[in-house]
Design a protein around this ligand. Structure first.
Ligand code: EPZ
Length: 421
């Protein structure tokens, strides 16, 4: 397995372009299954999860062509089977996102249950129960979800929990259902809104976008022609590089991003002492060489502080001035990075879903192991300030969600290199 070696000490500075959002690209690629006509998606990030999604659609018989600018053209009319096999789903849980569109357009889906992952059990009960309420006949056996329906029926669904991919699956299920669907307690993440805008661009009738009540008037088909849709920038990639600059007391300017999707993160960076300026599509952070101050935060669904930025802020807190308390309310096991940071000398006390971080003047480089996507990014960030070398193992997690991370960090002045297996 590839590893990353980081030598700490560099103060990051410079400019970077942010890639398209992984968590918008995945549902939008799944949503191309709903279109009668070919569609082209632009600003696709160069990530392993995108490759997996293309394999998932390709093995269904879908035709995909990708050009040198990472635009993907999808023709779903050549579909031959309605299945998401375990071999692919076990490598990417978001494969569950084909369930809604397959049922909505073709009335049939056989999707492997995603199973749990490092950060939690990650059930999909809300996806399944809601589709049953829309009239689907669903049997779960031998690790697969077998779903059939003549045509889904719109209805009012009040979701027990705020679920991002649950909201996305149900949006895609509702667009071709008979009648109107009302989704209450819907997720409001920008990636959910990006999917809704894409569906409307294809001819769907969704209102209430950006709110927690989505109303979808079912249509018979999505037959708009010449659709070319660009994915929104990745707010979590943006936040990750802002924290990398803050922890190294540096200064960065990130371009092709969306500051308006990061309010809660920018607030916490200002509390840490960062000087932040921004325009429509850029953000600049300057620490003026100062050590960050520790921050206290609590993760929750958008627009509150995102769980996908929790590990990165934990990394910043362990070298910040003072004590910062981090509370994780979304996933039950999202502190796997803590014990790895403790091996670098971090002073963190874990109490159920809370990490009490007392900032140290210095931490030391060590061999550490990545366990999930954002935890691995947080270990790279910690390595940027640790004394000596940090070796991050199992970085296949990172490659799933960060487009050329070592090139981008090197561009900002970090000393980082990849050791192929
Ligand atoms: C999405 O996962 C993201 N993945 C995650 O990003 C992100 O951490 C998460 O939303 C929260 O923002 C993608 O968009 C591909 P949830 P998702 O359903 O949809 C419970 C990353 O780093 N729940 O919003 O799977 C669940 O257990 C990844 O890019 C149920 O109980 O998360 C969790 O406690 C990691 N039943 C809470 O809801 C269900 O049927 C939120 O989960 C569904 C969810």
């Amino acid at each position: 397995m590839d590893k990353l070696i980081i030598t700490g000490g560099a103060q990051l500075s410079g400019e970077l372009r942010i890639s398209g959002a992984k968590n918008a690209a995945l549902p939008i690629l799944a949503a191309t299954l709903l279109s009668e006509n070919p569609v082209t998606i632009g600003n696709i990030p160069h990530l392993h999860d995108i490759t997996t999604t293309m394999q998932l659609l390709g093995q269904m018989g879908i035709q995909l062509t990708i050009d040198e600018k990472m635009n993907i053209e999808v023709h779903s009319s050549t579909i031959t089977k309605y299945e998401a096999p375990y071999e692919l789903v076990k490598t990417m849980r978001a494969s569950i996102l084909v369930l809604g569109p397959l049922l909505s357009r073709f009335g049939e889906a056989h999707v492997s249950l995603p199973g749990g992952c490092a950060i939690g059990s990650r059930p999909v009960d809300i996806h399944i129960d809601s589709l049953i309420k829309m009239g689907a006949d669903i049997q779960v056996e031998a690790g697969y979800i077998h779903a059939k329906v003549k045509r889904l029926k719109g209805c009012r669904l009040v979701l027990d929990k705020v679920t991002v991919t649950g909201t996305e699956n149900l949006l895609m299920a509702a667009v071709l259902a008979e009648g109107t669907t009302i989704l209450e307690n819907a997720a409001k993440e920008p990636e959910v809104s990006d999917l809704a805008h894409f569906l409307n661009a294809m001819g769907a009738k969704i209102t209430g976008i950006d709110t927690d009540i989505l109303t979808i008037e079912g249509v018979d088909k999505l037959d708009k022609k010449e659709i070319h849709y660009n994915i929104i920038p990745d707010r979590i990639e943006t936040g990750t590089y802002l924290v990398a600059a803050a922890i190294t007391r540096g200064r960065v300017k990130l371009k092709d991003t969306r500051p308006d999707t990061l309010d809660a993160v920018l607030e916490k960076l200002k509390e840490a002492g960062a000087d932040i300026t921004s325009g429509d599509d850029w953000i600049e952070l300057d620490m003026h060489g100062k050590r960050p101050k520790a921050v206290t935060l609590r993760t929750a669904p958008y627009p509150a502080f995102p769980t996908d930025m929790q590990a990165q802020f934990t990394a910043m807190n362990i070298v910040a001035e003072g004590v910062g308390i981090i509370t994780e309310t979304v996933f039950e096991n999202r502190f796997m990075h803590v014990q790895e940071m403790q091996r670098m000398g971090a002073n963190i006390q874990l109490e159920s879903n809370t990490a009490i971080c007392t900032g140290s003047e210095k931490i030391t480089g060590a061999p550490v192991m990545a366990t999930d996507l954002r935890a691995s990014a947080s270990l790279v960030i910690a390595g940027l300030v640790a004394e000596g070398e940090t070796l991050v193992d199992r970085i296949y997690h990172i490659d799933r969600g960060y487009d050329h991370i070592e090139e981008k960090l090197s561009q900002l002045g970090a000393t980082i290199r990849r050791i192929p297996r």
